[in-house]
Each structure stands twice: as structure tokens, then as C-alpha cells.
Design a binder for this molecule. Structure first.
Ligand code: NAP
Length: 287
């Protein structure tokens, strides 16, 4: 029941109709009996500054930030967590004493999913990341911090690959970082332990694979950050080859759980949130 004391949380994005976050957070509030509600806000890029000003004006208690605002919102905030600062993107805002602090829980969300759902420790592993956009930035910084041995990056946009590689080398000199610009071949993947798709390729049924599936060797762990569909073409081929796989739902779940904890100071009800997400995607599968 919404009343005069209900605390308001939400998400800014454009477009926003696809979001599963309201389902996940409202289920969590309900299960812990918190007088709070989580709403989607469709914020056009040109309205972002005014939307941020409205956070204080309306007394909104906390927010998630999604595409296309994760980087552009930074100048409008009062402070950043060290992770958000180095990644250069924000997916969570905590409001305290009318000050807006930006956090990035995407990378840690991916890491928790890797550890809890796949039972994999990234330490010492060799990683290949397809894409060098916002999600790739968030996960590569956390992977490097967790002590992976090497990260290879490939993005269609050369400057993006170069920029991320440069930032990673500067922040984590102990991690070997390589940017590649030519098509992915057998040699590139031969020593890789974990392959991560951080591009939107695979969201549509007709999307092609970014490389020849013959290159998926028997020791590879394959992760796709996409959560809708739950099983992309890449994951389906990897599963047929009996490789360990992980879709994006775990990352979505744990980044949301971390945001929830930052806002409420309460431990997030993970299984309630997971169930809400699966009900939103529409079907249950083993992942
Ligand atoms: P983004 O900032 O647009 O970055 C994606 C990058 O991949 C872009 O630089 C894009 O280049 C590049 N790319 C596209 N096709 C490629 C190809 N064939 N080969 C190499 N690079 C290619 O997007 P993002 O925010 O990082 O999101 C990436 C994916 O992660 C999306 O599917 C998103 O849904 C998912 N995601 C999941 C979670 C989660 O919680 N599970 C969280 C965040 C993001 P162009 O710009 O030229 O296309």
C-alpha cells in the first residue's frame, strides 16, 4: 500500500519499457515489508540534468541508471565511489543528506554471479571480452582488480578498444591487457579460460555469431551479459559443446541486490529477486 510515508526509488533510462528492475525491487520491498516503491522513469537524454535536479526536489531516495545515461550523468552528481570514478560510469545513485553519490555495481554483480552461480574464481584466469562499451568497462575493471592474468579486448570501434585497454593498463599494471583489431581466430582464443560477450549481438534471434563457433574449445567458460533471451545463440552453441555457460540474469540480479543494500542497509532477498526476474523474462530455464 502506497501512503504518505512510502519511500520512492526508481530507474532512469531511455527507452525504459523493457526494464525488469521494478519487478525485482518491488518484490524485494514486499518480502521485507518495507514501505517503499520502485518506479521506471523514461528520461530523454536532453532532460537528464533536469531529471537529476528533480531527485532532490521530489525526495527520491535512490535510483538505478541505465542506457544511455550511465556516463553522461556523472557531471550532475555530488560524488562518486572509487569504482564508479575509475570505471567512468554510474548505475546506482544513493541519496543521503540531499547529496547524490554515484556507484557502479555492474562489475561486482558480474563477479558475484561468476563466483556464486558458476563457482568460478577469476584469479589467474585469461579473459576475452567482446565489446568495449559500458558493461565491458565495468566488468573488466573488477576482473583486473580480482587478479585475472590477462584480458584481451575486441570492439568494432577501435578507439573504444584502445581507450579501455589504456585505462586498464594504467590502473592495473600487473594485468596483461591486449587490444585486438582483426577478426577473432583460433590463436586468440586458444589460451582463454573465460569468454564474455559484452555486446548486444545475440539479443535478436537473427543476429549472427561474432566468430566461428569452431573456435570454442573444450576448456572455455562462456558468459553472455544478455539476459533476454536467456539463451543466446552463443550460449546455445556453447551448451551443445558441453561448456560451462552463464547468461546475464545473474549479473542483473546481483547488481540489483548490491544497489538494494546500498539504499536500504538491508541484506537483499536474493531468491525472491531471482524469482521475480525469471517471471519477467517469461520462462524458467536452467542456467
Ligand atoms: P554499449 O555501451 O553499447 O557497448 C557495446 C559495444 O559493443 C559497442 O562499442 C558496440 O559497438 C560493440 N559491438 C557491437 N557489435 C559488435 C561486434 N559484432 N563485435 C565487437 N563489438 C561489437 O552497451 P553496454 O551497455 O556495454 O551493453 C552491452 C550488452 O551487455 C548489452 O546486451 C546489454 O544488455 C548487456 N548488459 C547486461 C547487464 C546485466 O546486468 N546482465 C548490464 C549491462 C549491460 P557499436 O556501438 O558500434 O555497436
Amino acid at each position: 500500500m502506497i501512503d504518505g510515508s512510502t519511500k520512492i526509488y526508481g530507474i532512469f533510462g531511455y527507452p525504459i519499457k523493457h526494464t525488469l528492475s521494478p519487478l525485482m525491487h518491488n518484490a524485494a520491498f514486499e518480502s521485507l515489508n518495507l514501505n517503499a516503491a520502485y518506479l521506471p522513469f523514461e528520461v530523454r537524454p536532453e532532460e537528464l540534468k533536469r531529471a537529476v535536479e528533480s531527485i532532490r526536489a521530489l525526495g527520491i531516495c535512490g535510483l538505478n541508471i541505465t542506457i544511455p545515461h550511465k556516463e553522461r550523468i556523472i557531471p550532475f552528481l555530488d560524488e562518486l565511489s572509487p569504482e564508479a570514478e575509475s570505471i567512468g560510469a554510474v548505475n546506482t545513485i544513493v541519496v543521503g543528506n540531499r547529496r547524490l553519490t554515484g556507484y557502479n555495481t555492474d562489475g561486482i554483480g558480474f563477479m558475484v554471479a561468476l563466483r556464486k552461480d558458476l563457482e568460478i574464481s577469476p584469479k589467474g584466469k585469461d579473459i576475452f571480452i567482446l565489446g568495449a562499451g559500458g558493461a565491458a568497462r565495468a566488468i573488466s575493471f573488477v576482473l583486473a582488480k580480482e587478479g585475472v592474468n590477462s584480458i584481451i579486448l575486441f570492439d568494432l570501434i577501435k578507439s573504444r578498444t584502445q581507450g579501455l585497454a589504456k585505462d586498464l593498463r594504467k590502473n592495473f599494471p600487473q594485468c596483461l591487457v591486449k587490444a585486438i583489431y582483426s577478426p577473432i581466430d583460433h590463436l586468440t582464443l586458444s589460451n582463454i579460460n573465460i569468454l564474455i560477450n559484452a555486446t548486444p549481438v545475440g539479443m535478436n534471434k537473427d543476429d549472427p555469431l561474432v566468430f566461428d563457433p569452431k573456435l570454442l574449445h573444450s576448456k572455455l567458460i562462456v558468459c553472455d551479459l544478455i539476459y533476454n533471451p536467456l539463451e543466446t545463440k552463443l550460449l546455445s552453441i556453447a551448451k551443445r559443446k558441453c561448456l560451462k555457460t552463464m547468461n546475464g540474469i545473474g549479473m542483473l540480479l546481483y547488481q540489483g541486490a548490491l544497489s538494494f543494500q546500498l539504499w536500504t542497509g538491508r541484506r537483499a532477498p536474493i531468491e525472491v529477486m531471482r524469482k521475480a526476474l525469471y517471471s519477467g523474462v517469461g520462462r524458467k530455464i536452467q542456467c
